[in-house]
Design a protein around this ligand. Structure first.
Ligand SMILES: [Mg+2]
Length: 243
């Protein structure tokens, strides 16, 4: 009861009766995507990164903006991230790219106390699993007031530049964290990123957003049977589960 009293002051209509939702009592490892998962997809943060990806491709491959946009989406679709495509097909240097695309204005991003409290309430270890870079994750978590919540951040370097949804990415982070997959739950706004996690035995939760970003990638024909749960509100979902 004490934990429930400490939980976020959610709107009554958003609060489901604790213990009445999906059963997560087996979960001791909580794995969260970063962008568009720990902050809302409609706040313009990721849109800034997306614009800078196009800018980078435009300069690096000497293309028009229109062609660079199309090329960036094509690389993302075929390689999982734009960076992987630029590295494999064009020999791009990852450090320069990562620094450039994540050099964005975060002044509109503030603390999310309700989500922070909901995550803090989860028993066990918590991780961030992002196709972005560690420095970007640190800045975002700091703005959100969530730095203290996570045992580690697994980034694109942890995955040796093989991004989600490539199966090797999951092997890398499971090894890095010593994660027992059967006791893990993973949350991501991109459905296809959850399919390899579920195959490893993790419980998977798709955070549905209206962001166009998820619509450009590979494996968009993910069947709902490939994912365990879906929600359009992460805070509300975390309050609803049995833990
Ligand atoms: Mg995401």
């Amino acid at each position: 009861m004490f934990r429930l009293m400490k939980a976020a002051p959610a709107m009554e209509k958003d609060r489901q009766k604790p213990g009445s939702g999906p059963d997560f009592r087996h979960v001791t490892e909580w794995i969260f995507d970063l962008d568009n998962t720990l902050y809302r997809a409609d706040n313009g943060i990721f849109a800034q990164i997306e614009t800078r990806m196009t800018d980078y491709v435009m300069a690096f491959l000497k293309l028009s903006r229109e062609d660079a946009y199309a090329r960036q989406k094509d690389l993302y679709r075929r390689h999982g991230t734009t960076l992987s495509g630029l590295m494999r097909e064009h020999g791009a240097a990852p450090d320069e790219y990562l620094h450039y695309v994540h050099d964005i204005d975060l002044s509109d991003l503030g603390p999310d106390a309700p989500l922070t409290a909901a995550i803090e309430n989860l028993p066990g270890r918590r991780f961030v699993f992002t196709n972005g870079c560690r420095d970007h994750a640190a800045r975002i978590l700091n703005r959100l007031g969530m730095t203290h919540l996570f045992a580690d951040v697994w980034d694109i370097r942890t995955m040796d530049f093989l991004p989600k949804p490539e199966p090797l990415a999951y092997d890398s982070v499971v090894a890095a964290g010593g994660v027992a997959c059967k006791n893990a739950a993973m949350f991501d706004d991109i459905a296809r990123n959850l399919v390899p996690a579920r195959k490893l035995g993790m419980t998977t939760v798709w955070l549905k957003t209206d962001s166009p970003w998820g619509k450009h990638g590979p494996m968009m024909d993910v069947a709902m049977g490939d994912i365990d749960h879906e929600t359009d509100n992460l805070t509300r979902f975390l309050h609803s589960i049995r833990i």
